[in-house]
Write a protein that binds this ligand. Structure first.
Ligand SMILES: Nc1ncnc2c1ncn2[C@@H]1O[C@H](COP(=O)(O)OP(=O)(O)OP(=O)(O)O)[C@@H](O)[C@H]1O
Length: 586
């Protein structure tokens, strides 16, 4: 009986996995179809030009066969009408090929831009929580390498797959019309091509998928090692780590070689089919070739022989792009792996309702019974959280690690939506507002500010690019950047590196404060803004923060006792996703 239960249990797990895989495949197919649909007009134009190219190719070969037939049968000299047609068709072919190339590049570029935009929108919509699920190198490679790798899919594979059957069988039919036996031989050899495609196509897809995975592993490793360079060197593991990276690079090389080998085999098999067709037709038509007959007869034989490479060209283009086809599946799978946010119950779409009301003292924030769960079957990260801040209130939010403070902040910033309850900002429901209207009302200061590669001025003006020089100067004063500005080699034009190289933690945090001054949003949200600072620097930062709090509503999540008496009017304590204590100070 026990055995029977365990068999049933294993079977149900197996069935669940199969159903899940089937659902994933269906979603992937839907995504690929959506991409194909978005690119269909460009594909159709490219396929049309391709078909025109094939027709011009037929005229070119027919005029060449006619010229040769006249020369071979003797007695008739060069016919300039056919020579003229031959030259005209050759020039037309070059022009069509050029136009095809230009359009293919433009269509690939457009498709990649669209996809990158879609991905960026998705990353921005998910906000900081995305980095808890995915490595930043992986996300960066999705936006760069993976999108770039799709160039061939849109510019080569899609037009080739739309064209090859029609183009190939048009050639076979024309050859059959001119020379029945040659047409049947050519058609017979072409019938083998889909078999080669099935065999080598699957192998190419597997090899290319493994290559992409190896590339991603290497990228993630590289970024980790570069970030942790000091830890690795000091632990004495530099040599071992370099070797591990070497192995990963070698694995990538082997996988790339395998993809190339399979691609070579695919193209070799097409060549073999073409040579077989060519030799077979020549042997079959040898009598006509050796004992030259009438001009039309010889033209038909020469036409059939010369058309053989043309019949295989569309399939050759398709198999050359087969690797590109595998890329769309790889990218689709990677996009599917991005975490999906739990669907909000009774989700409201942006109604673009009126902009929230702000006053000189800030803005009102009303959080009503909000709940949120990051993952199904896990406890709520926020459970019935409610509090109310009047314009000008300063709330200190405290609680042990994991209490839900960051989740609450992500919700107030609009990155995640409540499963139930609502957040009212200046009387307007956050979910009913346009994203731009939400971000205009909120300034956020986190633990470590992101400093972009660029000058100090660029980094501050990033918050309000249209700000005047006088507003910039005021923000520099208020954030006390003026204290260290004279020490920088080029003042405001000093180049700053990634993560603010050359600046201390306190100096970098002042940039975040200056940004908030420039942006002048009525609600200020801070997530442990002094977490990485020593007590003396923290005191200095608090002086600048006090100035920033003036005339704004603020919610500050902190573990630091230094924040007590910053002028707070409300104290909130969180525990296991709930507000367990709420105190209003007069
Ligand atoms: N992106 C996420 N995916 C899944 N679970 C998450 C995610 N973010 C937070 N959680 C979970 O939600 C709960 C609340 O986490 P949260 O980060 O909000 O706490 P916190 O109070 O901000 O902690 P800390 O002070 O350490 O930042 C935790 O159990 C955490 O594991």
């Amino acid at each position: 009986m026990e055995n029977f239960h365990s068999v049933c249990f294993s079977f149900s797990i197996f069935a669940c996995i199969c159903l899940r895989m089937k659902a994933d495949k269906k979603m992937l197919k839907g995504w690929v179809r959506q991409q194909n649909r978005a690119n269909r007009p460009a594909t159709m134009i490219l396929a049309l030009i391709g078909m025109l190219n094939v027709l011009v190719g037929m005229i070119l070969i027919w005029s060449l066969a006619s010229i040769l037939a006249r020369l071979l049968t003797g007695g008739q000299g060069l016919d300039f009408r056919y020579l003229g047609l031959f030259i005209l068709a050759s020039v037309l072919r070059v022009l069509l090929g050029y136009a095809q190339e230009l359009l293919a590049v433009a269509s690939g570029e457009k498709a990649r831009k669209r996809l990158r935009r879609e991905l960026l929108d998705r990353f921005f919509a998910q906000g900081p929580s995305l980095l808890r699920h995915q490595h930043s190198a992986y996300l960066a490679s999705m936006l760069t390498d993976r999108v770039e790798a799709l160039e061939g899919y849109f510019s080569r594979w899609m037009p080739a797959s739309a064209l090859w059957v029609v183009a190939q069988w048009s050639v076979v039919l024309v050859v059959f019309w001119q020379n029945h036996r040659a047409g049947l031989i050519l058609g017979g050899c072409c019938l083998f091509l889909p078999v080669f495609q099935a065999v080598f196509g699957i192998a190419t897809a597997v090899a290319s998928r493994r290559q992409i995975l190896a590339l991603n592993r290497l990228q993630v490793r590289f970024l980790d090692r570069i970030r942790g360079i000091a830890t690795i060197v000091l632990s004495g593991n530099a040599e071992k780590d370099a070797q591990a990276l070497g192995h990963a690079a070698d694995e990538l090389r082997q996988r790339t070689m395998k993809v190339l080998r399979v691609a070579f085999l695919t193209s070799a098999s097409t060549d073999i089919a073409m040579i077989v067709a060519l030799v077979w037709i020549v042997i079959d038509q040898r009598h006509g070739l050796l004992h030259v007959g009438s001009v039309p007869q010889t033209t038909a034989i020469l036409f059939a022989v010369l058309m053989v490479p043309e019949a295989f060209a569309p399939f050759r283009a398709l198999s050359a792009a087969y690797q590109d086809r595998a890329q769309i599946t790889n990218s689709g799978e990677a996009i599917q792996k991005l975490p999906a946010l739990p669907v909000s119950q009774g989700i409201k779409t942006a109604t673009h309702q009126s902009v929230p009301q702000r006053s000189d003292r800030g803005i009102e924030l009303n959080v009503r019974d909000i709940s949120y769960r990051w993952v199904e079957d896990r406890p709520l990260a926020l459970a019935d959280v409610s509090f109310h801040l009047k314009a000008g209130d300063i709330a200190l939010l405290t609680g042990l690690s994991g209490a839900g403070k960051s989740t609450l902040i992500e919700m107030l910033l609009g990155f995640i939506r409540p499963l139930q309850g609502e957040v009212l900002l200046g009387g307007a429901d956050l979910q009913g507002l346009k994203p731009a209207d939400v971000t205009r009302q909120i300034s956020w200061i986190g633990q470590k500010p992101v400093i972009f590669a660029g000058t100090l001025r660029d980094n501050i003006m990033f918050a309000a690019p249209e700000a005047s020089e006088a507003q910039l100067r005021a923000a520099l004063e208020a954030s006390s950047i003026t204290d260290y500005l004279p020490l920088l080699p080029d003042g405001l034009d000093t180049q700053l590196g990634e993560r603010g190289f050359g600046l201390s933690g306190g100096q970098a945090q002042r940039i975040a404060i200056a940004r908030a001054f420039l942006k002048d949003a009525p609600l200020l949200i801070m997530d442990e803004p002094t977490a990485h600072l020593d007590p003396a620097t923290e005191k200095d930062i608090l002086v600048a923060l006090r100035r920033l709090l003036d005339g704004r509503t603020a919610l500050i999540s902190t573990h630091s006792p230094q924040f007590h008496n910053i002028g707070e009017t409300v104290r909130l304590v969180m525990e296991k996703g709930r507000i367990t204590a709420q105190e209003t100070l007069s």
